[in-house]
Design a protein around this ligand. Structure first.
Ligand code: ATP
Ligand code: MN
Length: 429
């Protein structure tokens, strides 16, 4: 009999198939037993009736425990009321392994317990849905860049210096020398952009975030495109195109997962590019109007970002931040003294998912900026070489995968958007 995956079950209507999976849960009603079977690609209800199911299999069902690994054979039927539209009439069933005591029962558990059992929690239907959407987002952003001619050239994880401020560095002992886990691959993407024109790096980045917020992990994944001969506007267009494409892709390919999450997709469906843009001053003014205080020159904290992001029903962009709230490499607008920078924020209170802009390509300005921030000039000599030889205007951004996934899924905390989250106080499992 043919082994098939639940996600392909619609191709087998009326046929006998074999499913290899696990028992999600079960219930019985008189002489009929209902099994919710999962196989990693989806969930389907198996219906075992005494008259259709072989005796051995029918008896076994009584003893099956949650998460028993099972091989089930039966015929596929359309069923309007089933979430996937199909149901399996069970002919036979065997258990590969069947043990009681699975720690995550259908009753609700506290989040600490669930995080401590993350290796099992990823089997739950909501977590399954979030992580399937994550995989779709990861694929869509990479394909988007590939189609536009970008090369993936990844940045190192061990780095000699900070690029996003020295307060969130993780120091590692590298054969007796201190080095740091990468906070961003951007500086290296700038080097490869001057060698390959359009590039991106994709990988984990690390920041020792000491505050507990629902937006911060200590290990998170960024995709960081960088383009030679490009300006702020080019980076903004690329970012909104990439985000818009990811949303449409998930809406098209991950409907069942969004349904599993009870995600209201109204705003996602109505997302169109270009996204609204406001300058930093305007954003500060609005935050104050919305009842959170901040002054010109401040960075947006979590409460400020939340109220502003609540006031939009589409992703939007804030541009031209003052120099003090942005990293040393941001290019200054020669007229206003502000930076040629932007953040892309998600609505519904989610906030920043992308940060980027134009890079300083004048060596004098860059040296001044490194000095004034008391960064180690020695460690940046290679980076300064990029301005010594063939320097050109260039721009790019970093998109945080977990932030984008959290918004698309409509889940509160980004810890559920990565298979094994790393946060202050959590490195197990
Ligand atoms: P924030 O102000 O929210 O702390 P940031 O401005 O320091 O973020 P950037 O340096 O612009 O972040 O990083 C680029 C992107 O990486 C952000 O837009 C965000 O999507 C993501 N990101 C940054 N820090 C984290 C984190 N600690 N956890 C998860 N994602 C993050
Ligand atoms: Mn940022």
């Amino acid at each position: 009999m043919k082994w098939v995956y639940i996600e392909d079950i619609h191709k087998y209507e009326g046929q006998e198939v074999e499913l290899r999976g696990w028992l999600h849960n079960k219930r019985s009603s008189g002489r009929i037993k209902f099994l919710m079977i999962r196989d990693g690609t989806g969930f389907i209800q198996g219906v075992a009736a005494e008259k259709d199911t072989d005796d051995e299999g029918f008896a076994l069902i009584n003893d099956l425990n949650q998460e028993a690994s099972i091989v089930v054979r039966g015929s596929v039927h359309r069923e309007q009321r089933a979430p996937t539209g199909y149901e399996l009439s069970v002919r036979s069933i065997e258990a590969i392994q069947n043990k009681e005591g699975y720690p995550i029962s259908p009753k609700s558990h506290g989040v600490d317990f669930l995080l401590g059992n993350r290796h099992l929690w990823v089997r739950s239907s909501k977590q399954w849905a979030v992580l399937r959407i994550r995989a779709e987002v990861v694929r869509s952003v990479q394909e988007y860049l590939w189609e536009k001619g970008f090369l993936q050239l990844d940045a190192p994880i061990f780095t000699p210096a900070a690029c996003e401020g020295t307060t969130t560095l993780f120091e590692v002992n590298y054969f007796g020398e201190p080095v740091y886990l990468s906070q961003s691959g951007q500086l290296y993407s700038e080097a490869t952009a001057l060698a390959f024109s359009r590039v991106y790096c994709f990988g984990p980045t690390f920041r020792a975030e000491k505050s507990k917020t629902r937006r911060h992990l200590t290990e998170f994944w960024q995709i960081e495109p960088e383009m030679a001969y490009a300006h702020l506007e080019d980076a903004m267009e690329l970012a909104e195109g990439m985000v818009g494409n990811a949303i449409h892709r998930v809406l098209e390919k991950r409907k069942e997962e969004l349904r599993t999450l009870d995600r209201d997709t109204t705003l996602l469906e109505s997302t169109i590019t270009p996204f609204p843009r406001i300058r930093y001053e305007e954003a500060v003014r609005r935050v104050n109007e919305l009842g959170e205080s901040m002054e010109y020159g401040d960075d947006f904290g979590a409460p400020q970002e939340t109220v502003l992001a609540m006031s939009f029903d589409t992703p939007f962009m804030i541009t031209h931040f003052p120099i003090d709230v942005k990293a040393f490499y941001m290019r200054k607008d020669s007229e206003t003294g502000d930076t040629l920078s932007f953040d892309l924020l998600a609505p519904e209170g989610y906030g920043e998912i992308v940060g980027g802009g134009e890079r300083e390509f004048d060596i004098k300005e860059l040296e001044k900026s490194i000095e004034s921030r008391e960064l180690p000039m020695e460690a940046f000599q290679w980076y300064l070489d990029l301005r010594r030889f063939g320097s050109v205007p260039h721009a790019g951004f970093g998109l945080g995968i977990e932030r984008l996934v959290a918004w698309i899924c409509g889940i509160k905390h980004i810890r559920e958007t990565i298979p094994f989250p790393r946060m202050l106080g959590r490195v197990y499992p």
